[in-house]
Design a protein around this ligand. Structure first.
Ligand code: KIV
Length: 271
């Protein structure tokens, strides 16, 4: 029996059953209605409205500038396109670190104003109180450990995290804590595959990896990266499934050329 094939709608319970059943979880980002609909139709389990929208949609260098209002706008568009997938929304930088009341207010705004199903936030022990308060309001929380891009100015680089035992130990403890307080899933970003596999085997909740190896319970990529729409980003973990950037450029150049040469519109393309 396949849990995900039988599920009409993916819930946090379905994801837990998938882990128990040894079924891999497929997650991608989306930031708008059209992409969300395609991703959902393709059978994705989780759509992440990531704060990577700050880079991909808005052209910022980091994820820090995106606001809660902007995330809610993206999330509500994605929710309208998703009939089956679980929609998870990133709490943006500065909307949950202040205190747990601020965190809860931000999570409630996302749930109420976008119709999404869960929130994700970055960090371990330092945001424990915020996570517990959000969970106590009945809002499912996905954790995010390893490379946490909202802390890029603390790390200084986007390099692999937790390679040294000291940091690996903290990550193990944080993952156990996130699992124990009730996070429904944890993202591991850019950590050694062996560490991700070990922690995945030790927690009940499903883990989702990005640059964290094959032993996580699921995988996530940024949609525009895996489709080849963004072309200036090529980390080792990124598999490109298409070269849409080149195809789009080609199509747009053809259009420009047809307009200039008066080939478009033809007699059949007018009233
Ligand atoms: O914002 C995002 O896209 C993410 C993924 C990289 C996990 O957090």
């Amino acid at each position: 029996m396949s849990v995900h094939k039988d599920a009409k709608r993916i819930t946090t319970q379905v994801l837990h059953e998938m882990k128990q059943n040894g079924e891999r979880i497929a997650m991608l980002t989306a930031y708008d209605f059209s992409m969300s609909r395609l991703v959902d139709q393709a059978g994705i389990d989780i759509i992440l409205v990531g704060d990577s929208a700050s880079n991909v949609m808005a052209g910022h260098e980091t994820t820090l500038p995106i606001t809660l209002d902007q995330m809610i706008y993206h999330a509500s568009s994605v929710v309208r396109g998703a009939k089956r997938a679980l929609v998870v929304v990133d709490l943006p930088f500065g909307t949950y670190q202040g205190n747990s009341k601020q965190a809860l207010n931000s999570a409630i705004r996302i749930m109420k104003e976008s119709g999404a199903h869960a929130v994700k936030l970055e960090g371990g022990r330092e945001v424990r109180e915020s996570i517990e308060r959000i969970l106590s309001a009945g809002i499912p929380v996905m954790g995010h450990l390893g490379l946490t891009p909202q802390s890029i100015y603390k790390f200084g680089t986007y390099t692999v995290r937790a390679k040294q035992e000291e940091e690996a130990k903290l990550l193990r403890e944080d993952a156990k804590m996130l699992n124990d307080i009730g996070c429904f899933s944890i993202v591991f970003e850019k950590i050694p595959a062996s560490l991700a596999g070990e922690v995945t085997a030790s927690v009940a909740c499903p883990t989702i990896g990005i640059g964290a190896g094959a032993d996580c319970d699921g995988q996530v990529l940024v949609l525009h990266d895996m489709l080849g729409i963004t072309q200036d980003f090529s980390p080792r973990f990124l598999r490109r499934y298409s070269n849409l950037g080149d195809q789009m450029l080609d199509a747009i150049e053809n259009y420009v050329s047809d307009v200039r040469s008066r080939d478009f519109p033809s007699k059949d393309e007018q009233y």
